[in-house]
Design a protein around this ligand. Structure first.
Ligand code: TXA
Ligand code: MG
Length: 336
């Protein structure tokens, strides 16, 4: 199959909507990361997403909508807390989990009786939803287990020849996937941290629970609330190790461990070290989030075998970056 890469012109947007309507899949930009899209109500189309990504069948997909009225078409109940959060954070990088109705097939929800819903703010995916009157199922557009893609070149690397179309909307503004919050648990529960922070959510609906899986590995045999938590994730080919400690100690550590194939992924510094990439200023959690995935992918292109990543803070958007890096590193951490 030939993979077309098109700028988001009116024609390209119409083509994408037609492809999705006819049961095909396509990669689309969103404000968080690129998504691999299909009509969420079409089982055969959704199956194509799972096979193109090599994604386990029990890992459910997020359904993207462009208008609040669409939420009521696919869910059994919408709690008041959801409406308050939607008012504040939609369209944007917040996904909420609801009881689903029959419009959403089991393949889309990974066999669960719930559905994750997000209203993205990116104009391209919104126009495609509106043009095709679609509900778009879209996981991150990367091969399963790999770092998510935040630009069309990275998507092309993973899916050239496997999908008919990539819409190139440039670099994603946020660079990390949406915050995932369940509203079907006793207390609203954070399954995945993202750009919408715990502090921001709590300022609207009060105290929420943070799933243990956000910062800890899943124990053998443990029941997971969100299937995505149990799989290897966000990993480049290189071995990733998180290094925690003061910036000057990190720099010393890197100098001591400098050998062939070893790379540093660190905060900006006036004195660059050999074989290093910067992924943001030391106090800029948003910039770090935006760059981390593309930096991990660059490491593979540079031929890195081991990447020592300077550990981000666990507050604000840093919690999301830390959550992704812990998984990329398979929880291998060095404390200095
Ligand atoms: O920003 C994003 O959320 C991107 C863009 C494309 O919108 N999408 C994305 O999808 O990150 P994905 O499939 O890579 O991650 C969705 C996560 C997975 O960990 C999945 O297990 C969880 O959300 N999830 C989806 N539906 C769920 C449900 N019904 N119950 C629990 N977890 C769910
Ligand atoms: Mg993903």
């Amino acid at each position: 199959m030939q993979t077309k890469v098109l700028a988001p012109t009116d024609e390209a947007i119409s083509l994408a909507a037609e492809l999705l309507k006819s049961g095909e899949i396509a990669a689309l930009p969103t404000e968080t990361v690129y998504g691999l899209a299909a009509d969420a109500t079409n089982e055969k189309a959704v199956e194509k997403i799972f096979s193109a990504k090599g994604r386990p069948q029990d890992n459910p997909l997020i359904v993207h909508i462009a208008d609040l009225s669409q939420l009521f078409e696919i869910t059994k109940e919408v709690p008041d807390t959801a409406l308050k959060l939607a008012e504040k954070f939609w369209p944007g990088p917040l996904t909420m989990i609801f009881k689903k109705n029959d419009k959403i097939p089991d393949v889309t929800s990974g066999g669960l009786d719930t559905v994750a819903v997000r209203m993205p703010s990116h104009p391209t995916i919104r126009e495609i939803i509106n043009k095709g009157h679609l509900f778009i199922a879209a996981p991150s557009a990367n091969l399963s287990g790999k770092p998510s893609c935040t630009n069309a070149k990275d998507v092309f690397e993973d899916f050239n020849g496997k999908i008919p179309l990539i819409i190139d909307g440039g670099d994603c503004n946020i660079g990390l996937e949406s915050t995932v919050l369940s509203l079907v648990t006793d207390l609203p529960t954070l399954f995945r941290p993202g750009f919408v922070t715990v502090e921001q959510i709590e300022s609207v609906i009060g105290k929420i629970k943070i799933s243990d899986a956000v910062l800890n590995p899943i124990k053998k045999g443990e029941r997971v609330q969100s299937p995505g938590m149990k799989y290897r994730h966000y990993s480049p080919n290189a071995r990733v190790v998180l290094v925690k400690g003061e910036h000057c100690k990190y720099c010393q550590f890197i100098k001591q461990n400098n050998k062939n194939g070893v790379f540093a992924l660190m905060f900006e510094d006036e004195k660059p070290i050999e074989n290093c990439l910067f992924y943001g200023k030391i106090n800029d959690d948003k910039q770090q989030a935006k760059n981390i995935f593309s930096a991990l992918r660059k490491m593979d292109r540079l031929g890195a075998q081991t990447v020592y990543v300077e550990c981000p803070n666990d507050s604000g958007v840093g919690l999301a970056t830390l959550n992704r890096l812990l998984r990329a590193a398979a929880f291998e951490i060095i404390e200095l």
